[in-house]
Design a protein around this ligand. Structure first.
Ligand code: LLP
Length: 427
């Protein structure tokens, strides 16, 4: 469990701690379930990322979609990172976290006109465009605002990436990016878009990528493409390689960023411009856990089932991607027998499980279990299905901890709904 040891989650006298705080202390005060993140872990991962590319002129933009907690955004921003925002909502959260648009880039396969206007009006560092129509819209909006919008075309390199098919984005035929030929056409006919400056080119290959190969293949393809642009007098200011760098969930499988940085530096430096990265998961996945309480245990046929108070509404990943998350007892008891469990939640869906056939210490009602590596794509993908309240988000900082978002209340969930008597009267 390499990721467990190096991410500031550890046991002291059989009790699970995040940094210097016993998890039980937080749950006693705030109830369960709760998302808990380690600040030190986020900082460590940020340093690991930038150090890996110390030989390359680079800028890192945290993919806010992986964890849009205001304080997580702010910690990473304060580490000197920029932000990759994927919607007006993410932009608004980034602003609320204190970030400046000049350190933001705008992503999105389907930006609305309002979102484009938001990016142009606020002078974001760069806006990605994924189609000819989008370039036309950006040009029009920038014209109306009297601005020149910095744009990078997101090009689809058409490569196979070994990851879950739901998070692979680089094969031709997907909704993301543009094929290279129409992208080349846009770059070469740039005079048609006087309010756009093509400052860069962008790719994003997928997520939870563990091998270097797709990045190397892409870098080589980009080289050929960019050379051609230079022959036609267009010198780009940045090459954006996107995110996708995998994190360890199970055993030691991880993207070895240091080694990748070393091997890729010559190719990257060959471009003679800035290299942009957009990591999300790499920075946040292993910092956090969702801690839940055992409600019941039962046997069903040949299965042992443990029912938690968290579910697919708090972490959708296991059912969407069959993802594996370690499950650790908040209090370890080596005397208890070990049992293979299906770990499920209270939601009325047969697919509502967090783990299947997982060997755990025998569970009892009120036991607390931590589902690890829930710092990325967990809270951000949570829902209110079954009218469940979203859990609080807590950040541990050494000897202290902070509730950065409270558990939702039922009043909060109902704040803008009303019963309309005229509508509900039966004629
Ligand atoms: N840049 C772009 C344009 C992206 O679409 C994404 C993620 C990233 C950067 C960050 O990728 P990362 O470094 O986090 O892999 N919900 C899925 C992951 C979806 C990723 C979407 N795009 C999951 O839980 O595995």
């Amino acid at each position: 469990m390499q990721h467990f040891e190096d991410n500031f989650w550890h046991y002291q006298n059989n009790k699970l701690f995040c940094e210097n705080i016993p998890i039980e202390e937080i749950i006693l005060a705030e109830g369960s379930p709760a998302y808990i993140y380690s600040k030190a872990s986020i900082i460590k991962r940020c340093k690991e990322f930038t150090n890996a590319f110390s030989e390359v002129n680079h800028k890192v933009f945290f993919a806010v979609k992986s964890n849009s907690n205001l304080n997580v955004i702010r910690i990473i921003y304060n580490m000197g990172f920029g932000l990759d925002v994927n919607s007006g909502g993410e932009f608004t959260r980034a602003i609320r976290a204190g970030a400046h648009p000049s350190r933001m880039i705008m992503t999105g396969v389907g930006k609305t006109l309002d979102e484009i206007r938001m990016a142009v009006e606020n002078d974001m560092l760069m806006i990605k465009a994924e189609s000819k129509e989008e370039v036309e819209q950006i040009n029009k909006i920038a014209g109306e605002l009297g601005k020149i919008a910095p744009v990078a075309l997101r090009v689809n390199p058409d490569i196979v990436v070994q990851t879950h098919p739901n998070i692979s984005t680089a094969k031709s035929g997907v909704k993301f990016g543009m094929d290279p030929a129409p992208a080349m056409d846009l770059y070469l006919n740039r005079e048609r878009y006087p309010n756009v400056e093509f400052t860069g080119i962008d790719v994003h290959l997928g997520s939870q990528i563990l091998s270097f190969d797709p990045y190397f293949v892409t870098l080589k393809k980009l080289h050929t493409f960019v050379k051609r642009l230079e022959e036609h007098g267009l010198k780009l200011k940045h090459i954006d390689l996107g995110g996708g760098f995998g994190s360890p969930y199970h055993g030691g499988d991880r993207f070895h960023i240091q080694e990748f940085g070393k091997q890729a530096a010559p190719l990257m430096n060959d471009f003679g411009c800035d290299i942009f990265f957009e990591p999300g998961r790499f920075l946040t996945a292993n910092c956090g856990a969702i801690v839940s309480k055992v409600l019941y245990t039962k046997e069903s046929g040949s299965k042992n089932i443990v029912i938690l108070d968290s579910s697919m509404t708090e972490i959708l990943r296991p059912i969407l991607y069959q993802s594996y998350h370690d499950i650790l007892p908040v209090e370890k008891d080596d005397n208890r027998e070990r049992i293979s469990y299906d770990v499920v939640g209270p939601v009325c869906e047969s697919s509502d499980y967090l783990a299947k056939g997982r060997e755990l210490q025998k569970a009892k009602p009120d036991d607390l279990l931590a589902l690890m590596s829930a710092g990325a794509y967990a809270s951000v993908m949570s829902s209110n299905y079954n009218v469940r309240r979203k859990p609080p988000e807590i950040i541990v900082d050494g000897d202290t901890w902070h509730v950065t978002r409270s558990r939702e209340t039922y009043d909060y969930l109902l704040y803008d709904e009303r019963v309309i008597d005229d509508l509900t009267a039966i004629p």
